[in-house]
Design a protein around this ligand. Structure first.
Ligand SMILES: [Fe+2]
Length: 185
């Protein structure tokens, strides 16, 4: 299940909200300019489907999103525990950073959490298959897909230079452990 957990940014013990209600998650994030949507493809592409098949399956959603945001491109990214350098990648994703354009991801398969640091609060957003999230440019955040990642995702972007992470140097991510449910359980 998708899940939003909000904390005060000074302690992970101080829970402000914890919900798995997709509509409430979207409504809570909207004033922060964070887009959260659930997309339903008529047929969910197989995990090993080609990028073209995956893009085609979500084409109506993608066209709508790109029309609204002005983003010009979309591609497919995959990673799992066998991906080269996955442990090092995870460490990088787990450091608070910003980007020069919105980070827009749609989960075709698997799950991952985007954790946003905004206005004195920490918003931990667990995204699962069918979830779209857009992290606004300049928003401090980090990401985790757990010890055993298994992700196929769409990236929607204008310029790949926007993927470059600008690290804040804040160690805050260490104080807010991310729990990724074990899908195999
Ligand atoms: Fe990022």
């Amino acid at each position: 299940m998708s899940r939003l957990t909000i904390y005060r940014d000074d302690t992970a013990d101080n829970l402000i909200l914890d919900t798995e209600d997709g509509r409430l998650i979207a409504e809570t994030l909207r004033p922060l300019n964070v887009r959260f949507e659930r997309w339903q493809a008529p047929v969910t592409p197989a995990k090993d489907a080609s990028p073209e098949e995956i893009l085609e399956a979500y084409r109506p959603y993608l066209d709508g999103l790109m029309g609204e945001t002005g983003a010009g491109s979309a591609d497919v990214v995959r990673f799992d525990r066998n991906t080269p350098q996955i442990a090092a990648m995870r460490e990088k994703y787990l450091s608070e950073h910003t980007h020069s354009e919105d980070e827009v991801r749609f989960f075709v398969h698997g799950q991952g959490a985007f954790i946003l640091h905004l206005q004195g609060k920490v918003y931990s957003i667990l995204c699962v298959q069918g979830d779209l999230i857009s992290v606004p440019e300049g928003t401090p955040h980090w990401f985790d897909a757990g010890h055993n990642p298994d992700v196929v995702a769409l990236r929607v972007f204008t310029d790949t230079t926007g993927w470059v992470a600008d690290y804040t140097g804040d160690e805050i991510a260490r104080r807010f452990p991310v729990v990724i449910p074990d899908l195999a359980a």
